[in-house]
Design a protein around this ligand. Structure first.
Ligand SMILES: [Zn+2]
Length: 283
């Protein structure tokens, strides 16, 4: 930026000129006008009283932050107590890494527990993951499907506690790949051929009943057992039939179309991939 450089040079020259002028007028240093003060900012800062250091933590003894909090901690999460190893929290959660560092002072309650405002039910799921960070949670029920509400809430909670792998897994809806529904070919059977059978829990049958009409042969002598079975009619029936047209009767009948669904669980989808970074930070 040549123009800016030029402006700076001009300003510096002016400052020097004013300074020379001031020297000539024998001003005392402590009476220097503001235009000269701007050049001595570093001197001014060094002279500041240490009021700006309040944000730094008070020194601790022992100074090692991992020693400051007990090895086994009792957390009070929204009113429910959880007993957990300090390192479990620090290993898996960015929030606890910060909370249990020397950057903050987290004072225990009178009962030595450490209170945090959060949903204990959701925290229980997070803690289950933090304790054994190998398996992602699968909230699925064959009747109601995935528990999207729980996943949504847990995603936000994993983000808050900065449990990166869990947050990403839920956010990317990887759990959808853990459950696959295989649909078999439709099978068509007459209703009286269908017998209920026991299916394993991961298989289910969906039935559709279809009504049809079929023509049923009527015996010319109206013999009941000949109905629908022209081959059973003998010579007497044939004589009765003579030249008359064969009579058929419309009869409704029902068929069942069944489609079998099989739910397959792919447990690999729920396994934590250890080749990826363990606890990526959430931005
Ligand atoms: Zn007959």
């Amino acid at each position: 930026m040549p123009s800016e450089k030029k402006a700076t040079e001009t300003a510096m020259a002016e400052t020097q000129e004013i300074r020379n002028l001031l020297r000539g007028l024998s001003f005392q240093d402590n009476l220097r006008p503001a235009v000269v003060e701007s050049e001595s900012e570093t001197v001014q800062e060094e002279g500041l009283a240490p009021t700006g250091k309040e944000s730094q933590p008070a020194p601790r003894t022992p100074t090692n932050p991992t020693d400051y909090y007990p090895k086994i901690m009792t957390l009070n999460i929204g009113g429910r107590k959880f007993t957990v190893e300090r390192e479990t929290l620090r290993n898996e959660s960015g929030l606890f890494r910060l909370q249990l560092s020397n950057q903050y002072t987290w004072s225990p309650e009178a009962d030595k527990s450490y209170f945090m405002e959060a949903d204990p039910d959701l925290f229980a799921h997070l803690l289950r993951f933090m304790r054994r960070p190998a398996v992602f949670p699968l909230f699925y029920n064959s009747a109601t499907g995935f528990d999207y509400d729980l996943y949504n809430r847990l995603e936000k909670e994993a983000e808050y506690f900065q449990i990166g792998v869990l947050h990403t897994w839920i956010k990317e809806k990887k759990y959808l790949q853990a459950v696959k529904v295989h649909t078999g070919n439709p099978r068509i059977r007459d209703l009286n051929m269908v017998h209920p059978i026991m299916l394993p829990a991961n298989r289910s049958d969906t039935w559709y009943v279809i009504q049809h009409t079929r023509k049923v042969y009527l015996c010319p002598r109206q013999i009941a057992i000949h109905r629908g079975h022209p081959d059973m009619c003998g010579a007497a029936c044939h004589r009765a039939q003579a030249m008359n047209e064969v009579v058929y009767e419309d009869e409704p009948f029902f068929q069942v179309v069944s489609v079998e669904k099989e739910i397959m669980f792919d447990e690999r989808v729920c396994m934590v991939d250890y080749t990826k970074p363990r606890s990526e930070e959430i931005r």
